[in-house]
Design a protein around this ligand. Structure first.
Ligand code: NAP
Length: 259
């Protein structure tokens, strides 16, 4: 089992600290810029874990230093923290490994899942994308990831960046579209509940077939009258109308070669 320091006690840092501790690793220290989130984490970790708001107070060890701060802060934290004997890895999908250049033993420990502090994470289902500058460090990171999940992948910087864009489409945009559906229901006095079996079936179908094969709806059918009716219904919400048009055009292009 490894010695681990977590840098950043946000959504990801909190979940990782608890899960890695439960998996038997030694959480040596947790750093966070401000104390509030450290206090929230303290009850879940053993008395041996140290907590700090100062990067210069990081304890040296041969294990893993996991940077789980906001994307924009990863480079600054990596640069400001002292040189350490262990592997320095970050959890960002969008940030290249090169921002860790100060650390010869550097790597990536990217969990391709959505994390919210109060929401339970089933780590055994989380895919981990691992990379490292040195082959034996990649093996070290893979071994740690395997204590949380069997879904561990060797993924390069370039592959991870594309995966991250795909994840934005698959999760962030899908969720935003569901929020719009909820809003349309609310503003028109219809229960969103009625849509839930449809939402569940949409995701279930993609487990069995490529999403491209299971598309339905007016844009797929090139049903121009229905599309015009929907656009008219959205005339008081020009932002939603614009999104509807854009997505219908994209579906039209995929199936009919023209928007
Ligand atoms: N959430 C997800 O679903 C998810 C999934 C996969 C990967 N990731 C990646 O994991 C990383 C952390 O994401 P998160 O969702 O845990 O973020 P978060 O909940 O918003 O927490 C951000 C963390 O970054 C710290 N921070 C922000 N600016 C900083 C700075 N200038 N210097 C030092 N610390 C700073 C914050 O400290 P304070 O508490 O002091 O503000 C906080 O600990 C990101 O790289 C993200 O891309 C996130």
């Amino acid at each position: 089992m490894a010695s681990i320091t977590i840098l950043g006690a946000g959504n990801v840092g909190q979940h990782f600290a608890k899960a890695l501790h439960q998996a038997g690793h030694q959480i040596v220290q947790v750093y966070n810029r401000t104390p509030r989130r450290l206090q929230a984490l303290m009850p879940y970790l053993p008395p041996t874990t140290q907590f700090t708001t100062h990067l210069q107070q990081l304890l040296p060890h041969n294990g893993l230093y996991l940077i789980a701060v906001a994307d924009d802060a990863v480079a600054a934290v990596a640069q400001t923290m002292p040189a350490v004997p262990g592997v320095v890895a970050h959890t960002s999908g969008a940030t290249p490994m090169s921002v860790l250049v100060k650390h010869p033993r550097r790597g990536i420990f990217y969990p391709l899942q959505t994390f919210t502090a109060a929401h339970t994470v089933h780590f055994e289902q989380v895919p981990f994308c691992i990379d490292a500058a040195l082959p034996h460090d990649a093996e070290f990171l893979q071994a740690i990831a395997q204590t949380l999940s069997p879904r561990v992948y060797a993924i390069t910087d370039e592959q991870r960046r594309i995966l991250h864009v795909a994840a934005v489409f698959a999760n962030n945009f899908t969720n935003h579209l569901l929020a719009i559906a909820d809003d349309l229901c609310k503003t028109n006095g219809v229960p969103f509940e009625i849509l839930k079996p449809l939402i569940a079936e949409t995701l279930k179908k993609t487990e069995q077939q490529p999403p491209r094969n299971v598309q339905t709806g007016p844009a797929k059918r090139a049903d121009a009258q229905t599309i015009a009716q929907h656009l008219a219904l959205l005339q008081n919400q020009p932002h939603y109308q614009q999104l509807y048009r854009l997505l219908s055009e994209s579906i039209g292009k995929m199936y009919h070669g023209n928007p």
